[in-house]
Design a protein around this ligand. Structure first.
Ligand code: NAD
Length: 495
C-alpha cells in the first residue's frame, strides 16, 4: 500500500455545545479585539486575540512584579500556603472552563484536557503543602567554635517561559513553586496558547494572590522579550520549558547577569520492549507514551525498540490500536486523536514519513494528513525504521510510532543512548532484574517501567545531557526558586 492509496476519511467535527462553552470562557476574559491572534487547531478559525506587548511593556511588567515581590518575600509560609490552597480550590471549581479552553486553543481531546487540569492543579496543591515545610538545618564547624545555621531565601524575580503543549500544567509547574518560595514572576506563555495561562493567573488573584505579583506578558516577539528582561538586573531567575535550541539561546542570555536557570528542554525518548514483556501492557504503555497529546509531549516515545521475538505481535497489535483510533476535534464525542498544533507540524509529519519510507521503512497505517479545515495527521506506524532517517534522529512531536527491531540488551542500550538528549526512557519487561539493569543504564532523567505516563507532582521531572538543567515538581522543584544561605554564629566558651 502506498501513501496515496491510503483511505482518507475526514476528522470528526466538534460538539457545538462544548465549543460554545469554550467561547463563553474566552469572552469572560475581556480580551482586546486585535493583537496576537489565537487559533483553534481543529478548525483553523481565529478564536481570540491577546495583547502584543513589546520590550518596553515587558520591562514595565518586570518593575511591577519586582515591587510586589518585596512584600511577598516577607509573607509567612502559612500565608503563602493559604493563597495556594485557595488557588487550587478555584482551579478545581473552574475545571470545566479550563478543560474546554485547553481544547479550544491547543486541540487535545477533552478527556486529556481534564487530565491536564488535574495534573496541572496537583502542582498547586503540592506546593501549597511544601510551602509550610521550609527546609534549613544546623551544622557545626569541624574545629568547634562556630555554629552554622542554613536557611532558604526566595531566589527573587523569576521569568517563566512556557510551551504550547500543556498550557496549564507547564505554567502551574513553575508559578506554584515560585509563589511557595516567596518569589514574584513574569510569565510568558506560548503565543499559540496564552488563554489558559491568563485564566489561571486571574484565578490566582481571585484566590488572594496580590494583583501585581505575577505578570502575564503575551507577545509575538519572543526574542525581543528575552533580550530585554533577561538583561534586567532585577530578574534573578529564568525557568524555561521548550526546545533545546531556544534553551541554548536563553542560557547564553542568562550569562549576562549570571541568572539561576532551570531548563526543561527537548526529548528523544527510547521505549524498549523486551521479549519477556506482557504484550497487552506493552502495547497500551507504548500507545499512551506515543499518543498522549497527539504525540506532542517532550517525553513522548520517539524511538520504539522491539526485541525480535515479540516484534511481530507487538507491531500488529499497536498498528491495530492506532488504525482504529478515531481522529477529530477534541470536542467530538469519541475523538481519541485530536489535531496537531498547526499546519507546519502536519507538514513536518509528512516529511518524516516520506523520508522513512524512501529509506526503506514499512508504512503499516496512517502516513497522511486530511483535506479540509484544521491540522490533522493520521495516527501512523512505521516499522523497520532505519537508524539514520529523520524519524529516528529528530524529536518527532506528533502521532508517528517509529519502530526499530533489536536482538540483545547490550545492542539496544547502545542505540538508545546514542543521542545528545536524555529526558525520558521506557522499558517493558516482566523481569525485575532486567527492568532495573536497563533503567540504571539508560542515560535519561526519567524512566517509565512498564508504564507510559511517568510524571506526577511528586516526581522530580527533568532531563540529563542536552534535555535540560534542574527539576520541576516534587520538593526539588521548590529548591529551584530558593537560595541557600548560612549564618555563622561564633561561640566562645564561658566555662
Ligand atoms: P519552543 O522552544 O519553540 O517555544 C517554547 C517557548 O519559548 C514559547 O513560549 C516560545 O514563544 C518561547 N520562545 C521561543 N524563542 C524564544 C526566545 N528567543 N526567547 C524567549 N522565549 C522564546 O518550543 P515549543 O514548540 O513551544 O514546544 C515544544 C518543545 O518543548 C519540544 O522540544 C518539547 O520537547 C519541549 N518541551 C519540553 C518539556 C520538558 O519538560 N522538558 C515539556 C514540554 C515541552
Amino acid at each position: 500500500m502506498t501513501i496515496a492509496d491510503t483511505t482518507r476519511s475526514g476528522p470528526l467535527a466538534g460538539d457545538a455545545h462544548r465549543i460554545a462553552h469554550a467561547d463563553r470562557v474566552i469572552a469572560s476574559l475581556g480580551l482586546p479585539s486585535s493583537g496576537v491572534a489565537v487559533a483553534d487547531p481543529a478548525t483553523g478559525e481565529r478564536i481570540a486575540a491577546v495583547p502584543d506587548l513589546d520590550a518596553g511593556d515587558a520591562l514595565e511588567a518586570v518593575a511591577t512584579a519586582h515591587a510586589a515581590g518585596r512584600s511577598w518575600a516577607r509573607t509567612t509560609p502559612r500565608q503563602r500556603a493559604d493563597v495556594l490552597h485557595a488557588w487550587y480550590d478555584l482551579l478545581i471549581d473552574h475545571r470545566d472552563d479550563l478543560a474546554h479552553l485547553i481544547v479550544r486553543e491547543m486541540g487535545k481531546p477533552l478527556a486529556e484536557a481534564y487530565a491536564e487540569v488535574q495534573y496541572g492543579t496537583d502542582f498547586v496543591r503540592w506546593y501549597a503543602e511544601e510551602a509550610v515545610r521550609p527546609r534549613g538545618d544546623y551544622r557545626e564547624a569541624p574545629n568547634g567554635g562556630a555554629q552554622i545555621i542554613t536557611r532558604r531565601s526566595p531566589v527573587g524575580l523569576s521569568v517563566l517561559i512556557t510551551p504550547w503543549n500543556f498550557p496549564l500544567a507547564m505554567a502551574t509547574r513553575k508559578i506554584a513553586p515560585a509563589l511557595a518560595a516567596g518569589c514574584a514572576a513574569v510569565v510568558k506563555p506560548a503565543a499559540l496558547t496564552p488563554l489558559t495561562t491568563i485564566l489561571a493567573v486571574r484565578l490566582a488573584i481571585e484566590a488572594g494572590m496580590p494583583d501585581d505579583l505575577v505578570q502575564v506578558v503575551t507577545t509575538s516577539g519572543a526574542s525581543a522579550f528575552s533580550e530585554a528582561v533577561l538583561r534586567d538586573p532585577r530578574v534573578r531567575k529564568v525557568s524555561f520549558t521548550g526546545s533545546t535550541p531556544v534553551g541554548r539561546t536563553l542560557l547564553e542570555l542568562a550569562s549576562a547577569t549570571v541568572l539561576r536557570t532551570s531548563m526543561e528542554l527537548g526529548g528523544n525518548a527510547p521505549l524498549i520492549v523486551f521479549d519477556d514483556a506482557d504484550l497487552g501492557r506493552a502495547v497500551e504503555g507504548a500507545y499512551a507514551a506515543k499518543m498522549r497529546n497527539v504525540g506532542q509531549s517532550c517525553i513522548g516515545a520517539n524511538r520504539i525498540y522491539v526485541q525480535d521475538g515479540i516484534a511481530a505481535d507487538f507491531v500488529d497489535a499497536l498498528t491495530e490500536r492506532l488504525a482504529s483510533a478515531p481522529v477529530g476535534s477534541g470536542f467530538a464525542d469519541d475523538a481519541l486523536v485530536g489535531p496537531v498544533i498547526d499546519d507546519r507540524a502536519a507538514q513536518q509529519m509528512q516529511r518524516y514519513v516520506d523520508d522513512a519510507v524512501t529509506r526503506g521503512a514499512t508504512l503499516r497505517t496512517g502516513g497522511h494528513g486530511f483535506d479540509g479545515a484544521g491540522h490533522f495527521y493520521a495516527p501512523t506506524l512505521l516499522d523497520h525504521v532505519p537508524v539514520d532517517c529523520l524519524a529516528a534522529t529528530s524529536e518527532i512531536f506528533g502521532p508517528i510510532a517509529a519502530i526499530q527491531r533489536f536482538s540483545t540488551q547490550a545492542e539496544v542500550l547502545e542505540r538508545a543512548n546514542d543521542t545528545d538528549l536524555g529526558l525520558a526512557g521506557y522499558v517493558f519487561t516482566e523481569s525485575l532484574d532486567r527492568a532495573f539493569d536497563v533503567a540504571d543504564l539508560l542515560e535519561t532523567g526519567i524512566v517509565g517501567i512498564n508504564q507510559g505516563v511517568p510524571s506526577n507532582a511528586a516526581a522530580p521531572f527533568g532531563g540529563v545531557k542536552q534535555s535540560g538543567l534542574g527539576r520541576e515538581g516534587s520538593a526539588e522543584g521548590l529548591e529551584e526558586y530558593e537560595t541557600i544561605r548560612f549564618y555563622n554564629l561564633a561561640r566562645r566558651s564561658t566555662t
